[in-house]
Every structure is written in structure tokens, then in C-alpha cells.
Design a protein around this ligand. Structure first.
Ligand SMILES: [Zn+2]
Ligand SMILES: [Zn+2]
Length: 187
């Protein structure tokens, strides 16, 4: 029984990982869905850099989705179905925390640094690639994975953690992965 619950929760996390990719790639970056609730919030996130959709909106949408998916799953499969939706919502929460921290704090460890390179390549180099936030899995599956070399950061959108407080430029410990993009017309 315990094994079945653990596997169901892991499958829930796996389900979120696919949803994370699909929602970001299509709802966030496909012109046909640009005017959706997620699409509009996501365009603003890219344009402003430090803008995130309000938590109350996420709580409402998250609760509706949890009820729509979790109710039939629990009615059909009992505690296994409940473990699946709990795993899905638990990993969704991890995604929200990770994404927010990518913008607000430097990465800790190899995974934290990878997650920032992967995500800011998406933000600043090519928004058609690297849609996954928690893993590169679905980018690899769908052929949108790019391994970042150097990421030019527009000065206006540069994260506070990336800056050297003394010079205002990129802190030396983040070079050469990140470089400040020259303002237009500077060359
Ligand atoms: Zn972001
Ligand atoms: Zn995006």
C-alpha cells in the first residue's frame, strides 16, 4: 500500500513536470494563447523581469485545478488518486518557489546554478527554448533544449543578485556565464 502511494505521488510530480512544460510553452509563448490568463501574465513577467502573477490568482487557479483533477482521481482510485494529486500539487509548489528564487537569489549548488542558466537563457536569449523550469526533461523530449554558453543580460532586466554592488555590472563570480548586454547603439 505504501509503495503504491509513493509511486502515485511520484507520478503526480511527473504529471506536473509535463504540465509545467506545456503551460509555459503553449499558453505562455504560442501566439494563439497569448491572450489567455496565463499568457498575459507571462508576457508581463518577461517584459518586467521581476513581475510575478499575484499569489491570490495562483491560489484560485491551483485550487480549481486540484479539485477538477483530484476529485475524480480520488473517487476512482481512493487514497492512490489522492496521493497522485498531492504529488502533483506538491511539485507545482516546488516549481513556484524555484522559479521565484531564480529571479531573487543566486543558485546554491550545481542544480541551483543549472536552473538559473537554463531559465535565463530562455528569458534573455531565446524564448522558444528551455521552457522547463524544474528540469530539462521535456525540452529534451520536444527538441527545445539549448545548452547555454554565455547569456547576455539586458541591463534593465538584470537581477539584483547578479550585480556587483560596487560597479553595478555583473558580479565577477557569475562571469563568464552571464555578461551585461551592451546598450543599443553603444558600439
Ligand atoms: Zn522567469
Ligand atoms: Zn517564458
Amino acid at each position: 500500500m505504501i509503495t503504491r502511494i509513493v509511486i502515485a505521488a511520484l507520478l503526480g510530480a511527473f504529471t506536473w513536470s509535463l504540465m509545467e512544460y506545456c503551460i509555459h510553452r503553449w499558453m505562455g509563448h504560442d501566439r494563439r494563447f497569448r491572450r489567455s490568463l496565463f499568457g498575459r501574465e507571462h508576457v508581463r513577467h518577461h517584459a518586467e523581469g521581476d513581475y510575478f502573477a499575484p499569489t491570490w490568482k495562483k491560489l484560485i487557479v491551483g485550487t480549481v485545478v486540484a479539485l477538477l483533477l483530484g476529485t475524480p482521481a480520488t473517487l476512482l482510485l481512493g487514497v492512490t488518486g489522492f496521493a497522485w494529486i498531492a504529488g502533483l500539487m506538491g511539485f507545482y509548489t516546488c516549481y513556484e518557489v524555484l522559479h521565484r528564487r531564480e529571479h531573487t537569489h543566486p543558485g546554491i549548488g550545481a542544480y541551483g546554478r543549472w536552473a538559473r542558466r537554463h531559465h535565463f537563457y530562455h528569458h534573455f536569449v531565446d524564448g522558444r527554448t528551455n521552457h522547463g523550469v524544474t528540469s530539462p526533461l521535456w525540452d529534451l523530449v520536444f527538441g527545445t533544449y539549448r545548452r547555454p554558453a554565455t547569456i547576455p543580460v539586458p541591463p534593465r532586466l538584470c537581477m539584483a543578485w547578479l550585480r556587483d554592488p560596487a560597479t553595478g555590472g555583473i558580479a565577477p563570480r557569475f562571469a563568464p556565464t552571464f555578461v551585461m548586454r551592451e546598450p543599443r547603439g553603444a558600439r
